[in-house]
Design a protein around this ligand. Sequence first.
Ligand SMILES: Cc1cc2nc3c(=O)[nH]c(=O)nc-3n(C[C@H](O)[C@H](O)[C@H](O)COP(=O)(O)OP(=O)(O)OC[C@H]3O[C@@H](n4cnc5c(N)ncnc54)[C@H](O)[C@@H]3O)c2cc1C
Length: 337
Amino acid sequence: MSGLSSEPDNSYDIVVIGAGPTGLFGAFYAGMRGMKTLVLDALPEVGGQVAALYPEKYIYDVPGFPKILGRDLVSQLVAQARRFEPDVRLGEQVLDLRVLGERKIILKTNKGFYRTRSVLISAGVGAFAPNRLPNVDAERFEDRGVYYFVKAKRAFQQQNVLIVGGGDSAVDWALNLKDEARHVTLIHRRDQFRAHEQSVAELRDSTVDIRTFHELKQLHGNGHITAATIFDNRTQAEQTLPVDSVLVFLGFKANSGPIKTWGLEMEGKGRAIKVGPHFETNLPGVFAAGDIAGAPAKLDLIAVNFGQAAIAVNSAKAYVDPTASLFPGHSSEVNGH
Ligand SMILES: Cc1cc2nc3c(=O)[nH]c(=O)nc-3n(C[C@H](O)[C@H](O)[C@H](O)COP(=O)(O)OP(=O)(O)OC[C@H]3O[C@@H](n4cnc5c(N)ncnc54)[C@H](O)[C@@H]3O)c2cc1C
């Protein structure tokens, strides 16, 4: 790993790779065990698959919640993890991991290096990245009118907004922005939406200009987007619309690529990291939990992942501090405020 000679000063007891449900709960547990914690995720938002793929769906099998919306579960996990104030860095993908010795691990990301005594890999199905707009040279407008994530709807006040996509995110953001923006157009290449029936009904009843069977042909602007040409994929008829922002919601792809090069023993056709009973990997100080872990009875469910995160983090604590016990004590007794 190049750059190791200039070792970073930032040093953690544990770095959690991946801020999905497993990583967020792992971060909570690490905080409860008094570990200095850093959480890293490639995406600019936390929540893993839940936030990226189904934030607006109800989940029915999380203990204690008869039903809970994906995004509400993520908020609750964040609130729980925040209590111990872990460092969180988003939009940062871990590219390399090296064990240099006992309790000495270096991580390299696309933004820098971190030193840590242990690692929890809770990377799910890999680092998420949004599917980018194909064939329209959108890169030159990224963050200059083309956005794959929306943080604050205020940013689109009085704008002409073009939304691309037919899933929950596209439909929900169209509904969310219709009163904030000057005009919202939504294009989708088919006439069937992959979104909540109720939201689609609301959309069809709203002021959003819906163009089904439409796709993006070209973006225009000098520095920042000013217009977009769309076309009807049945007739090829084109139209150029004045546009200030294009919001792209074409789903995500996962890339587990770098993890396979870290010297970890893999299984399950190379998709899962082999773990032992404490969710330890073959690399000392490196633990894995959640969808990425090749546990003996593998069930990729949030409820199961929470338990794995607890075992992995408590094991990491005992590794980092050999005088510490594996059992954390009951939270109701040790953290009573
Ligand atoms: C449509 C759908 C519906 C589902 N419904 C349910 C349900 O009803 N009940 C249920 O229990 N489960 C459900 N699941 C499964 C559940 O979402 C997963 O089991 C869970 O999200 C796994 O959590 P995780 O934290 O292990 O991984 P993930 O949620 O995949 O999070 C992993 C995170 O790690 C990040 N990451 C990966 N590699 C890197 C890297 N190198 N550097 C930085 N960051 C990285 C990713 O960007 C991602 O954010 C569903 C899944 C899908 C797709």
